[in-house]
Design a protein around this ligand. Structure first.
Ligand SMILES: [Zn+2]
Length: 383
């Protein structure tokens, strides 16, 4: 099950996405703070005061989560790993980096950056409270202390050794550092994460049944633990699967999957001549488009199909192709796993394989997807 995420803005060029579950939790938390927590903690104040305290707390905590994710993103960029987006959901956020770290210490730094930001924020909020006199008779005092505790809690929660959470990544980078084997490290970290998740589900279940299990002592606490456990289990399973996909694709290089003999079309040729009688036989047809002397672009079956049949004879190939400037070349010996990651992050449908400045073939996305399907890995993946 995956709900659609919305884009709420861009921060330093990184799209900020929000999963609808976040709004539910933000609403529930605001309600809980305004009607239960703050009235109990600061009973002298009015309902309005409790209301703004709750609103300010949730808004500032939201900003704190964004800063935590930005911490990961800034370090990723430092190592020249592009960040595709930051998604905020029920238990915090995820910075979607486009490829894995090349070295264990890079991953260690990237994983630690988020929790360190959270600890710094916790210290910062506590510091402001202290600077304001460390009192307990104004709304702002309670808000600052709540934010300090929540940020430290967020940092600690993220450091749980449950891959793919930050702590699991720290654990993986250490296993990787010691063994020198990334694959083994991922397996160990992901299985540890799953074990951890099942332990949470088990303990939560016992608490729901009324047993005292120390970490959760009520029905609500137990249910919460079960939910987090299931969420973590799913995340660990997805990471294992992703790892298997990468391993499968790392067996091939660009030259193994490229179309080496793509026909050449002229940029002025109407698309009808290229599509008619061709797409029916080969829906994944791909053309190199020439402007008479050199490569002007690449035209794929997908782009041909986007042109309405009525316009086929008046639309030149040059008008609908992916022009040369927008193409991203790759090398013959590049691993297909890396090619796919680049296609995914840049939203490319094909990449020309270039050797000595000459196009020697084209790698198309559907071809790679076909390989995964053959390997029996696609039934399990959302595409
Ligand atoms: Zn994190």
């Amino acid at each position: 099950m995956r709900l659609r995420t919305f884009r709420i803005g861009t921060l330093f060029g990184v799209p900020l996405l929000v999963n609808p579950s976040w709004f539910v939790l933000a609403g529930l938390t605001t309600w809980f703070l305004a009607t239960q927590f703050y009235p109990a903690a600061f009973s002298g104040a009015s309902r309005w005061t409790h209301g703004w305290m709750a609103g300010a707390s949730v808004a500032a905590f939201f900003a704190s989560i964004v800063l935590h994710e930005l911490g990961h993103s800034v370090v990723a960029r430092w190592f020249s790993i592009p960040v595709r987006s930051i998604t905020l959901f029920l238990f915090g956020g995820v910075a979607q980096i486009t490829r894995e770290a090349a070295r264990p210490l890079q991953e260690l730094a990237m994983a630690l950056a988020g929790p360190l930001v959270s600890f710094a924020l916790g210290a910062g909020f506590a510091g402001v409270w202290w600077a304001l006199g460390a009192r307990a008779d104004r709304g702002i005092d309670y808000v600052l202390v709540w934010l300090a505790v929540m940020n430290v809690g967020l940092g600690v929660f993220n450091l749980l050794p449950a891959f793919p959470m930050d702590g699991g990544r720290v654990f993986r980078s250490l296993v990787w550092l010691v063994t020198g084997r990334h694959g083994l490290a991922t397996g160990v970290a992901a299985w540890t994460g799953r074990g951890f998740a099942w332990a949470m589900v088990g303990l939560g279940g016992l608490a729901v049944l009324g047993r005292d299990v120390v970490v959760a002592d009520s029905l609500a606490g137990g249910a919460w633990l079960v939910m987090i456990g299931l969420f973590l289990e799913n995340a660990a399973r997805q990471s294992l699967l992703q790892h298997r996909l990468v391993r499968e694709l790392a067996r091939y290089r660009a030259e193994d999957v490229m179309v080496a003999d793509a026909p050449i079309a002229d940029a002025r040729q109407p698309v009808g001549q290229l599509a008619r009688g061709v797409l029916e036989l080969n829906p994944h047809a791909v053309y190199l488009v020439s402007d008479g002397e050199r490569l002007a672009g690449v035209l794929s079956g997908e782009e041909l199909r986007a042109v309405p049949v009525a316009l086929w004879d008046v639309t030149p190939a040059g008008a609908v192709m992916t022009p040369r400037e927008s193409l991203r070349a790759t090398a013959r010996d590049r691993l297909v796993s890396d090619v796919l990651v680049e296609m995914e992050s840049e939203e490319l449908r094909h990449m020309p394989v270039v050797e000595d400045g000459r196009v020697v073939g084209i790698v198309a996305r559907d071809r790679i997807v076909g390989l995964l399907r053959q390997a029996g890995l696609l039934g399990q993946v959302r595409t």
